[in-house]
Design a protein around this ligand. Structure first.
Ligand code: DCS
Length: 480
């Protein structure tokens, strides 16, 4: 018999075996298989706009193209191919580097871009931001990992996470060996966040010997799509102050807002508005990325996080951790630079940039309505409006017979439903269990990213499937 492998699955890191990341889980794997077999799959499982046909914004790509191929700027035709402001911007970014995009940067990112990020935060919030406390990272995911890594010492350290939550958090907490302490969002209250619920979860955790050291919130929410009010943010900050908890503010969807009642407000601004003792005590890490918004540049892996009220020695330790990977990718950093300093009125490229970005946002807003209304017109389906972010998270009331059938098939009921949806329509979603949901409730997450022209057909297919599914397990719709 061959000797056991060193990396026998029995012997690998237990934390890796235990972690689950549903966004690329069973449903995604089955969808990929069906695609190989020739079935048309609509991938609504990942918030990956360009994969669903969103066109890149022109100006940022022109600038990065020139940064990647600076010799183009020596070509006599460059002025015909590229607008003067793109050329000027490319030269400007290259002056930030020591050796262009092919050279490592500082492990926190290029100082010039970090300064641009700090200026952006200052303009956005009205409070100063220190470039030394800004780290550029390969996607926000990397920054979140750094923070969870430094926060969690062992399994007795807990991090409060919303349920439902984006599984980057549950998976990374598992990976670094900590404990997720859930706080449930209230679906009935538009996925609002309830500090009383958090407090009781902290007490429960303490009884089990867990020290709650961090609190994650996602605003606008993934998968839940809610936008937090200023009052809610204040409560959160006060809670973190009283309980001595670090706040992790995932604000990657800050540009994706589809209603006017609750515009995006950053946790940093609310914290500063609150004044002492909050503004000078509560430790905050805020995350932003080029993957979302009207940029959707997921593949570029550009992001930043900003630290507030952190001990300088802890900042140094984070710098040390970032330096293990030497340098965040430099093209991604240029995208961050462009995101925080897009063309301004009066610039040659401004009209086109404004038109392109507005068209994307306006369309996303319409799509948010189309999806929500579509779901709410389906039997046994209810869906809160997608106020922000990129997802719809309808609740599916599954008949008892469907739950029993799922059990016989050895599947969680929502996985069963999503697999049937996939097989029948090619729509690839993520079951609610991948994000966590209240016991006995079932959800499906879809992105709102299929093109506006495709959405009516996607919703029609969903509705037909759902009607057939419900009829199969519940009998035909009774006439009221
Ligand atoms: N935070 C949240 C709330 C996210 O939804 C995502 C990505 C990230 C962080 C990480 O983004 P980047 O690493 O690309 O900057 N969202 C995933 C999702 O739910 N679907 O697609 C990706």
């Amino acid at each position: 018999m061959a000797p056991k492998k060193v990396l026998d699955p029995e012997n690998i890191n237990e934390n890796i075996k235990k972690l689950v990341y549903a966004v690329r889980g069973e449903l995604y794997i089955r969808a990929s298989e069906l695609q190989k077999e020739g079935k048309k799959i609509i991938f609504t499982n990942v918030g990956n706009p360009h994969a669903l046909g969103q066109k890149p914004l022109t100006f940022p790509r022109q600038v990065v193209a020139l940064c990647q191929a600076p010799f183009l700027m020596d070509d006599l035709n460059v002025d015909i191919l590229f607008p003067a402001d793109a050329i000027a911007r490319a030269k400007h970014y290259l002056s930030y580097t020591s050796g262009g995009l092919g050279a490592y940067s500082d492990s926190r990112g290029l100082p010039g871009i970090r300064k641009d990020v700090a200026d952006f935060i200052m303009r956005r919030d009205g409070y100063p931001s220190d470039p030394e406390l800004i780290f550029l990272t390969d996607g926000a995911s990397k920054g979140v990992t750094h923070l969870l890594n430094i926060l969690i010492r062992n399994e007795n350290d807990g991090v409060l996470c919303p349920i439902p939550q984006y599984p980057l958090y549950s998976a990374t907490i598992q990976l670094v060996g900590g404990t997720l302490v859930p706080y449930y969002l209230s679906e009935e209250a538009g996925w609002g966040l309830d500090v009383k619920e958090m407090r009781s979860q902290v007490l429960e955790a303490r009884k089990k010997g867990i020290t709650v050291r961090g609190l994650v919130f996602i605003n606008p929410g993934n998968p839940t799509g809610q936008c937090l009010s200023e009052a809610n943010l204040r409560e959160l900050i006060q809670f973190c102050y009283e309980e001595h908890i670090v706040l992790l503010a995932d604000e990657v969807y800050q540009q994706n807002i589809y209603q006017d009642e609750r515009p995006f407000i950053s946790a940093k601004k609310v914290l500063m508005d609150m004044g002492p003792p909050y503004s000078n005590n509560v430790e905050l890490a805020s995350f932003h990325t080029v993957s979302k918004g009207y940029w959707g540049e997921c593949g570029q892996r550009g992001a930043y996080f900003e630290l507030t009220n952190m001990h300088p020695k802890t900042v140094d330790e984070l710098y040390k951790v970032a330096s293990i990977a030497l340098s965040p990718n430099v093209p991604g950093q240029i995208f961050v630079g462009l995101m925080v300093n897009p063309p301004k009125p009066g610039d040659i490229s401004y009209p086109k940039f404004a038109e392109e970005s507005k068209a994307i946002l306006d369309s996303l807003r319409r799509r948010a309505h189309m999806m929500t209304d579509g779901f709410n017109s389906c039997r046994n389906v209810t869906c809160n409006f997608t106020e922000g972010a990129m997802y719809s998270f309808p609740k599916i009331k599954l008949p008892a017979a469907a739950i029993a059938a799922a059990k016989r098939a050895g599947k969680a009921p929502d996985v069963f439903y999503c697999l049937k949806l996939l097989e029948a329509t090619g729509i690839s979603t993520v079951p609610g269990s991948g994000f966590g949901q209240k016991e006995g409730t079932f959800h499906v997450r879809t992105t709102i990213l299929p093109s506006e022209d495709d959405i009516p057909e996607v919703m029609r297919m969903f509705k037909t499937f759902n009607e057939d599914f419900m009829a199969q397990y519940e009998g035909p719709q009774s006439r009221l």
